[in-house]
Ligand binder design. Structure first.
Ligand SMILES: [Fe+2]
Ligand SMILES: [Fe+2]
Length: 204
């Protein structure tokens, strides 16, 4: 996978780009997308907290994830404000298949589980960064600015997760990243039933 050769320069770890059809679907379902986006920010914070509880002995990880969780909650508040400005209601919404299926690809026992959770965190952040950057040019204020800013923030987060993954398993991280990145790419490119921030394009 050639992208992995460039990882030190901060190049993406994703092994397939988001299909153009997803961008079209997302723009056609903006209220649904924003609702799911708000939920994703909450989920990003709770994933970070879950990792802090799972590995309390890793103090550098705990300190970094504490900051990350606070940042994700600020993102949540920013999305809420954007939704209020656009007069979009906040409703209950079922999550898509992405996070659950990706988590299913992670090993269930340590030491492998910690590496896999760090790598799935990295992939989710990298996909988010890619999609914010793809959507931003098509949006009007205030969303255009917000999405451009979030693209930068989530790119920082993916590098943070990759850094901890490399430290946790210097020999193994690359091979596991390749396997998990392939699963991740399937989930965001194969036709999907519902439009979500990390879904595939909608089935015809
Ligand atoms: Fe975020
Ligand atoms: Fe993030």
């Amino acid at each position: 996978m050639s992208v992995l050769a460039d990882i030190d320069s901060g190049a993406s770890i994703l092994c397939a780009p988001t299909p153009a059809a997803w961008v079209e679907d997302a723009l056609a379902h903006l209220p649904e997308l924003l609702q799911d986006h708000a939920n994703c920010e909450k989920k990003a914070a709770s994933t970070a907290l879950a990792l802090m509880f799972a590995y309390p002995e890793d103090r550098p990880l705990g300190a970094a994830l504490s900051r990350l969780a606070r940042e994700e909650l600020r993102h949540f508040e920013q999305v809420l404000r954007a939704m209020a400005l656009l007069a979009l209601p906040f409703a209950r919404q079922r999550p898509g298949r992405y996070a659950q299926q990706l988590r299913r690809a992670a090993r269930t026992g340590d030491p492998g589980r910690k590496l896999d959770l760090l790598l799935t965190g990295a992939l989710i952040e990298a996909r988010s960064a890619e999609r914010f950057a793809l959507l931003a040019p098509h949006l009007s204020p205030p969303l255009a600015r917000l999405y451009a800013d979030l693209a930068g923030a989530e790119a920082r987060h993916f590098l943070l997760y990759v850094g901890f993954a490399r430290a946790a398993a210097p020999q193994e991280w690359r091979t596991r990243l390749e396997a998990l990145a392939e699963r991740e790419a399937q989930l965001v490119t194969e036709p999907d039933e519902t439009l979500r921030f990390h879904s595939g394009p909608l089935r015809d």
